[in-house]
Design a protein around this ligand. Structure first.
Ligand SMILES: [Zn+2]
Ligand SMILES: [Zn+2]
Length: 292
């Protein structure tokens, strides 16, 4: 598929944000800069197409992939962090899944007792939740579950991937990728300050890039403990302790407009500066690209 005219450099590492919002899509003029679609991040490295989560942002990604493939078969891996709505709700609108010849490998947490596939099937039950049943999808969709027994290490083509349970109701997985350009960690959804923080700290250690749930500010989290999301000040502290190079604030709260996220970003940078840290901090925004 790679050729000189391809818009995607398959030799390098490319990360594209298609959805950066948490909980529920938030379209409208007040969220136009950071974007209103829920979680979906495209990750290209080692010649692989990896998609992290199928929030509503995956619909636009589907269109872009069809355009890029120009009728050729598409093979990709969908890494699912967990099955809360904002991480799967876009899948029924992911056009490549409807096309015969395409291959989608879904990898996610082992779910008891019915398995990961059953959640995707129930979301597309053909009646109560969605009019088109999962069974009519034309693409080959395979499911692979990750748990303690199967080990949290696996490969996607040549790309080494490591998973780590996060502190989130019902469970969730963070993913780390070893690229030629350093370790890249995706840590959403995760409530900072939990008992398992030592494991998470080890997981993000030395990452070149950390994309992390920073849904709340220091005040908001006090009334939302147990909801499974991070606060900006604690995420910054975690990233600094982990020796992270760059941090992207992610999983923006649906009640936060662009100005509010701007001010949280300023606050995050002030915290890092006050600690004398060289940590570089960005706010993840829909349409944003990172090339390593
Ligand atoms: Zn979420
Ligand atoms: Zn969640």
């Amino acid at each position: 598929m790679s050729n000189d005219s391809s818009p995607v450099d398959l030799q390098g590492t490319l990360i594209r944000f298609w959805g950066v919002r948490g909980s529920i899509p938030t379209p409208g003029p007040s969220t136009v800069r950071y974007g209103g679609n829920t979680t979906c991040v495209e990750f290209r490295t080692g010649g692989e197409i990896i998609v992290i989560d199928a929030g509503s942002g995956i619909r636009s990604l589907g269109g872009a992939l069809l355009k890029e493939s120009a009728g050729n078969p598409i093979a990709l891996t969908l890494l699912n962090t967990h099955t809360h709505w904002d991480h799967i709700q876009g899948f029924p609108f992911f056009a490549p899944a409807f096309i015969k010849g395409n291959r989608i490998r879904v990898i996610g947490r082992k779910l008891q007792p019915d398995g990961l596939k059953s959640v995707f099937e129930k979301q597309m039950d053909g009646t109560r939740c969605f009019p088109v049943p999962f069974a009519v999808l034309g693409a080959g969709v395979d499911f692979q579950q990750v748990d303690d027994e199967s080990g949290y290490h696996f490969q996607i083509g040549p790309v080494k991937v490591e998973a780590c349970p996060t502190n989130h109701p019902g469970g969730c997985l963070a993913y780390a990728f070893e690229t030629d350009h350093g370790r890249v960690v995706f840590l959403s959804d995760h409530e900072t300050g939990g008992a398992d923080e030592a494991r998470i700290l080890q997981f993000i250690k030395g990452a070149r890039l950390l994309i992390a749930d920073a849904q709340y500010d220091a005040l908001e989290i006090t009334s939302r403990r147990g909801w499974g999301h991070g606060s900006v000040d604690e995420v910054v502290d975690l990233a600094i302790r982990g020796g992270v190079g760059e941090l992207y604030l992610f999983h923006h709260d649906p009640t936060h407009d662009d100005e509010r996220i701007d001010s949280m970003l300023v606050q995050a940078r002030e915290i890092a500066a006050s600690l004398g840290s060289p940590l570089v901090i960005h706010g993840a925004s829909e349409g944003g690209e990172i090339r390593l």
